[in-house]
Design a binder for this molecule. Structure first.
Ligand SMILES: [Zn+2]
Length: 284
């Protein structure tokens, strides 16, 4: 009984205040890794290679050349066209995510050079409503593609999404068509578009811009699919193959071009961009 109280007291110490954790347990191999080591390793487990989810800023820091990033997103704000209420009104849900992330919606990006290649870099934010695609995410992807086409930049999108933003109903689904149309501007100018699929990339994002890229890269072990494995299993009433809908499986099937460890992400993206970018590149 005394022991039980001791543990209970330890757990609640701090009264809900944020206590910085020095150690992080790997959900795959159970290794306890010193947080600073994990950060230096770009949140890849040094024991088993598990890729932890990282904030959007990490991808910008990894991919953009130093001091080259200039944000362009954040001016479009979501609305509540349906007056949607589930367990809470949609505007309240949005306000919570906006406060948590400091951004109006689930995307962050702007102009950058990547290995000297002029680019537009967009990163989806899974921490904001599961990276779901509503009107704002779709609009920012479309604007990013338009900007790339207008300024002769490559387009690089890092995806993470649970699918459509259900609180925006059909307007959400419409973004699949809108983003697809906008990408045509990039393709018409023969500018490269690279997608980096991270865990998870599903639903309407997979079914539109994420899988339309010239080169589709994926982080190891990322769940990539349209419907989830459970739904598919229930529908076709068959057992699914081992590793179904994971990056490595999809590479074998031809949907993913390369599975890239996050620690090699920058060099891989730079290699493809320099190979495919039609303009002059200052490789310095
Ligand atoms: Zn591990």
């Amino acid at each position: 009984m005394a022991l039980d109280r001791l543990f209970r007291r330890r757990r609640t110490r701090g009264g809900g205040r944020e206590v910085p954790e020095l150690w992080v347990r790997c959900p795959r191999c159970d290794a306890q890794v010193y947080k600073r080591d994990l950060e230096q390793n770009l949140w890849v487990c040094p024991e088993c290679g598990y890729h932890h989810r990282v904030p959007v800023e990490t991808y910008v820091a990894v991919l953009a050349d130093p001091d080259s990033f200039e944000p362009t997103t954040g001016k479009v704000r979501p609305t509540d066209p349906l007056g949607f209420v589930d367990t809470e009104p949609y505007p309240e849900r949005l306000a919570r995510y906006q406060q948590k992330t400091g951004r109006p919606d689930a995307i962050y990006g702007g102009r950058a050079t990547i290995g000297g290649v002029p680019s537009v870099l967009l990163v989806m934010d899974y921490a904001f409503a599961g990276g779901s695609m509503g009107s704002v995410v779709g609009e920012e992807i479309a604007r990013g593609a338009e900007l790339a086409a207008a300024e002769n930049r490559a387009l690089v999108i890092v995806t993470a999404s649970g699918g459509a933003r259900m609180q925006e109903g059909a307007l959400s689904l419409m973004q699949m068509a809108k983003t697809t149309m906008a990408l045509d501007l990039v393709f018409a100018k023969r500018l490269p578009y690279l997608a980096v699929l991270t865990d998870p990339t599903t639903g309407g994002v997979t079914a539109s811009f994420a899988t339309l890229a010239d080169v589709i890269l994926a982080e190891p072990g990322a769940l990539i699919g349209f419907a989830g494995p459970r739904v598919i299993k229930q529908t076709i009433r068959q057992d699914l193959p081992e590793g179904f809908q994971r990056s490595e499986f999809l590479k074998k099937q031809g949907l993913v071009d390369e599975v890239v460890d996050r620690r090699r992400l920058r060099e891989t993206v730079v290699r493809f961009l320099r190979l495919l970018y039609p303009g002059e590149v200052d490789a310095a």
